[in-house]
Design a protein around this ligand. Structure first.
Ligand SMILES: [Zn+2]
Length: 92
């Protein structure tokens, strides 16, 4: 098997380093809009969390996303991640 260097990113919820493709990227644009970045291409400041229910729950309860982006996080963002988790679609 061919070895490839996998870029690692830290989950802001559990603080573990994981391959980028196992994480959901959340991005804040210059305008201050927070969004889920499904293909990792959106410009702006990014944060990552695992595709895991525990990490999402912890993220919701801990307010860590709000402190990362220094602004209030719309409930909609968590709902979108929840939807992704429910669909189990990690090959995006
Ligand atoms: Zn995590």
């Amino acid at each position: 098997m061919r070895k490839r260097k996998v870029p690692l990113r830290m989950c802001i919820s559990c603080k573990q380093m994981r391959p980028k493709q196992e994480l959901v990227r959340i991005v804040r644009s210059k305008e201050g809009n927070i969004d889920i970045d499904l293909n990792g291409k959106k410009p702006g400041r990014g944060a990552y969390i695992c595709y895991a229910q525990d990490c999402l729950d912890n993220l919701k309860n801990s307010n860590v996303l709000a402190s990362t982006f220094k602004q209030r996080i719309d409930e909609r963002i968590y709902e979108q991640i929840q939807k992704l988790l429910n669909e189990g679609d990690i090959n995006i």
